[in-house]
Write a protein that binds this ligand. Structure first.
Ligand SMILES: C[S@@+](CC[C@H](N)C(=O)[O-])C[C@H]1O[C@@H](n2cnc3c(N)ncnc32)[C@H](O)[C@@H]1O
Length: 336
C-alpha cells in the first residue's frame, strides 16, 4: 500500500457509520437492505458510505439479481488493515453489541428460509443419496485429493448449499463459491455465517463463464454439478483457465448410469460421465489428467446403484523443463 492508499483506507474507517458497516461486513456478507435494517439509516445514506468504502479498497461488492452483497475485501491490503484495526474494537461496546444482535436476527431469518428450501427438496435429494455411497465417504475422498500444503485460493463451482466450502475452508486461505441459483446462494450464505468461514465469499456466476482472471486459483473443485450443465466441457475449460500453474482441478460426479434409476422428474442432463470423456476434456484444456478415483455403491444398495467418480487434473508449470517420469505415468498419484 502506498501512502495515498493507506490514508484513503484510514479515512474510510474514520467515521462512525462506516466503522460500524466495516465491523458488520467483517462478520457476514450483507445486502444494503440488511444494513438498512441493522443500522436504521436511510438507503441513500448507507449507499454513499458503501461507495466510499469500496473506493478505498475496504469492501468488495457482488451483484446478485436485484441485490448487491457487500463484504470486507479479502485479497486487498486495505481489507487486512481493517481486520487488524477491528481487533482493537471492544466487543462489548454497546453500539457494536446492538449491531451484532441485529445481525444475528438477520442470520436466523436466513437460516429459516434455508430450512424451508431444504424441506421442499429433501425427498428428491434423499432419493438420489440412497443410491450411492454415503456422502461422508465421498467427502473423505475429496479431502485426500486436496494438496497437503495449505491452498492459497480455492474455487467451488456450483457451490449449492456451500457444503464443499465448509469441507475445504480450513485448507484454504481464501475460498470462493459460485452458483447460478439465488436460492442456493441464500442457503450457502446461511451455512457460511460463522467465524470459520470469514474468508469464504459467494458469487452468482455461471460455471461456463467465470468472472475471474486467468491463473487466479490454486484449486478448483466441483461436486455433483457437471451433470446439470448443457456444456460441461466448457466448464472444464473455464476451470483450467483460472488455475495457476500446478493448480489442481477436482471434479466429482457419477459414472455412466441408467438414467431411469433417478426417476422421471430429475433435472440431470447427463447420465454420468466416462473416464475417457472427462480426462479428454481435461487434456484438451491443457491439464495433465490423473488417475480417477472410483467409489462404487455398497453392494447392500438396490439395483441401479450409482458409482461416484473423482477426476483430477493439474495445470503444468511452464517453467518446468520436462514433466518428471513419475508424473507422465497416467497412473501416477498427482501432486502430493
Ligand atoms: C446438486 S447441486 C451440488 C451443490 C454442491 N456442489 C454440493 O455438492 O453440495 C448442483 C448445483 O449446481 C448449480 N448449477 C447448475 N448449473 C450451473 C451453472 N451453469 N453454473 C453454476 N452453477 C450451476 C445448481 O444451482 C446447484 O446449486
Amino acid at each position: 500500500m502506498n501512502y495515498g492508499n493507506f490514508l484513503e483506507a484510514l479515512r474510510g474507517l474514520a467515521e462512525e457509520t462506516r466503522l460500524r458497516l466495516v465491523a458488520l461486513l467483517a462478520e457476514s456478507e450483507l445486502s444494503v437492505t440488511d444494513m438498512v435494517e441493522i443500522l436504521g439509516q436511510s438507503q441513500p445514506r448507507l449507499s454513499r458510505h458503501l461507495k466510499l468504502l469500496c473506493d478505498a479498497g475496504l469492501l468488495e461488492r457482488a451483484p446478485e439479481g436485484v441485490h448487491v452483497y457487500f463484504r470486507l475485501a479479502s485479497g486487498e491490503a486495505a481489507g487486512h488493515l481493517a481486520r487488524g484495526l477491528l481487533a482493537f474494537l471492544d466487543k462489548d461496546d454497546p453500539v457494536r453489541a446492538l449491531d451484532r444482535q441485529r445481525l444475528a436476527a438477520i442470520q436466523r431469518s436466513r437460516a429459516v428460509s434455508a430450512e424451508t428450501y431444504f424441506q421442499r427438496h429433501a425427498a428428491e435429494w434423499d432419493a438420489i443419496r440412497s443410491l450411492h455411497i454415503p456422502e461422508a465417504e465421498v467427502e473423505r475422498a475429496i479431502h485426500r485429493l486436496l494438496p497437503r500444503r495449505k491452498v492459497g485460493d480455492l474455487l467451488d463451482l456450483g457451490t449449492g448449499t456451500g457444503r464443499m466450502l465448509q469441507l475445504c475452508a480450513a485448507s484454504a486461505e481464501r475460498a470462493v463459491g459460485i452458483d447460478m441459483s439465488r436460492e442456493m446462494l441464500a442457503v450457502a450464505r446461511a451455512n457460511l455465517d460463522g467465524p470459520d468461514y470469514r474468508h469464504c465469499a459467494l458469487r452468482r456466476a455461471p460455471a461456463e463463464k467465470l468472472p475471474f482472471a486467468n491463473a487466479s486459483f490454486d484449486v478448483v473443485l466441483s461436486h455433483m454439478v457437471l451433470h446439470f450443465l448443457s456444456d460441461p466441457e466448457l466448464a472444464v475449460q473455464e476451470a483450467a483457465r483460472v488455475l495457476r500453474p500446478r493448480g489442481r482441478l477436482i471434479l466429482v460426479d457419477f459414472a455412466p448410469h441408467d438414467a431411469t434409476v433417478l426417476g422421471p422428474d430429475h433435472a440431470h442432463r447427463w447420465a454420468g460421465f466416462s473416464d475417457e470423456t472427462v480426462n479428454g476434456w481435461m487434456r484438451e484444456a491443457g491439464l495433465v489428467a490423473g488417475r480417477p478415483v472410483s467409489l462404487p455403491a455398497p453392494s447392500s444398495l438396490s439395483e441401479g446403484a450409482l458409482t461416484v467418480k473423482l477426476w483430477r487434473g493439474e495445470r503444468p508449470d511452464p517453467t518446468e523443463a520436462h514433466i518428471p517420469a513419475h508424473r507422465a505415468d497416467p497412473n501416477f498419484e498427482l501432486f502430493q
